[in-house]
Design a protein around this ligand. Structure first.
Ligand code: SF4
Length: 456
């Protein structure tokens, strides 16, 4: 895929904007969403066993802080906080399980963080067994985990396989020593190679590697070396995230000096280089920031128009509810999002008192749900089919959102999309600005802008 991008577009469109892993987006969750509201949504979603479940487990601890980090994490080198956390997590699972329809099938489980592999191999076995004892996990469930290669042992990998994990996602970010030093995350390709060998030998079905562009000292030349090493590892999938610099929210990001960061134009050139390289080396470009081998389920889902987007990025599972566990984690039910408290002590005390540790959330109105559908189809399909969308929503979508569709003119003039009688197609340049295009349909955009990273 060749991309002919006019760098003036960067200056025009580089502004704060959401990544649309949800709609409404997290800054619009509120504490007006009560425990009673949350219980009602849980009950409604459990009236039928037909809706499959996706479980998310948040494990917040990390050995040390990466300065680019935007996750909800806690630095801890002691084993006590993890022990205590897992005991509370067990109790939290029981609290939710008692409210859930026991016949619902779990088709997907994901462990994120933090660093989930901060757990010991024995703790991994205990948590895995607890999940299988509590829920009906489908035989072919996707069970994935985010891994930090530093501190991983072969015993971790074997324990993960023993309790059914079959997908691994390894955080690399960049191999350049200068970049690694500037982000306080140092590991070499040899270590990663060893970890990937263990993962493959243990029989994981799928391997994803995470990279970040827009980090300090990155240039096309420096990233070229990283990308070549990554391609040589032959991952099934790659997630290539844009560095979100939000030091007013994540104050440790102030350790990353603005003068070391690539300018927006250079950042876009790096992204263009990544896309052009990967798409000529056997990978399909998926959505906004993922790549997958053409035969991978993610690539197939994109071709078939069934790709989904949620808090974990892009997924192939449509119609599943996401039930989240652990501090700060976010659940997604058909008409609500709910987030647990981000305060570790409050999370422990709520669960110990037998309360769901809700901090905030949002119930979706009819219009929210409709706008979410439009935004998610755009983010996944890189286009819109008017007839399909109108059928999905039960009315003429162009008629209902006339103002929004009219304001797409400027994107068309800039070559970011093309329109026909049947729909809209995002151009290869337009994909780089898909967040800006999706923002057209966001009714909450004017509130909470300061919470978002730049779109480029
Ligand atoms: S390992 Fe991940 S969660 Fe932990 S500090 Fe680094 S980026 Fe953040």
């Amino acid at each position: 895929m060749l991309i002919d991008v006019d760098l003036d577009l960067v200056r025009k469109y580089d502004r704060p904007g959401p990544r649309y892993t949800s709609y409404p987006t997290a800054p619009h969750f509120s504490d007006a969403f009560s425990l009673g509201d949350w219980e009602t949504h849980i009950n409604t979603s459990n009236e039928t066993a037909a809706r499959p479940l996706s479980l998310y487990f948040h494990i917040p601890f990390c050995n040390r802080l990466c300065w680019f980090c935007a996750c909800s994490m806690i630095v801890s080198r002691s084993s006590e906080p993890m022990k205590k956390y897992l005991a509370t997590l067990h109790r939290e699972v029981k609290l939710y399980a008692s409210r859930m329809n026991p016949n619902r099938k779990v088709v997907q489980i994901h462990f994120g963080g933090g660093t989930p592999t901060h757990m010991t191999p024995d703790q991994i076995r205990e948590v895995g067994t607890m999940i299988h004892d509590t829920f009906q996990v489908a035989e072919d469930a996707e069970i994935s985990i985010e891994m930090d290669p530093r501190g991983l042992t072969e015993e971790h990998i074997l324990a993960l396989r023993d309790v059914g994990f079959n997908r691994a996602s390894v955080g690399i970010q960049d191999f350049d020593p200068k970049v690694q030093k500037a982000i306080n995350r140092v590991h070499d390709a040899e270590l990663v190679g060893r970890v990937l060998d263990w993962i493959r030998t243990a029989g994981f079905n799928s391997l994803n590697l995470d990279l970040i562009y827009g980090l300090p000292h990155q240039t096309i030349a420096s990233f070229e070396d990283t990308l070549e090493q990554i391609i040589a590892f032959e991952p099934d999938r790659l997630a290539v995230f844009s560095y979100a610099h939000v030091p007013w929210i994540k104050t440790h990001q102030k350790l990353i000096l603005p003068q070391d960061m690539p300018a927006p134009e250079e950042k876009l050139r790096i992204l263009k280089y990544i896309i052009e390289t990967l798409t000529t080396r056997g990978y399909d470009y998926i959505g906004m920031d993922h790549f997958a081998k053409s035969e991978d389920e993610l690539a197939v889902a994109q071709r078939e128009g069934s790709l989904q987007r949620n808090f974990q990025g892009y997924s192939t599972w449509a119609g599943t509810d996401i039930q989240a566990f652990g501090m700060s984690s976010i659940s997604q039910l058909p008409r609500a999002y709910a987030q647990h408290t981000k305060n570790l002590e409050l999370w422990h005390s709520a669960v110990d008192a037998g309360r769901l540790p809700l901090e905030r959330g949002v119930a979706l109105s009819e219009e929210d749900a409709e706008r979410r559908h439009i935004i998610m189809r755009l983010m996944c399909d890189m286009g819109m089919n008017y007839a399909q969308l109108s059928e999905d929503l039960g009315y003429d979508v162009r008629d209902r959102f006339r103002t929004e569709f009219e304001s797409l003119d400027t994107f068309e003039e800039d070559g970011l999309l093309s329109r026909s009688e049947s729909g809209i197609e995002i151009t290869s340049v337009g994909r780089l600005f898909i967040r800006n295009i999706a923002m057209t349909f966001d009714a909450y955009l004017e509130q909470g802008q300061e919470r978002f990273s730049q779109t480029v």
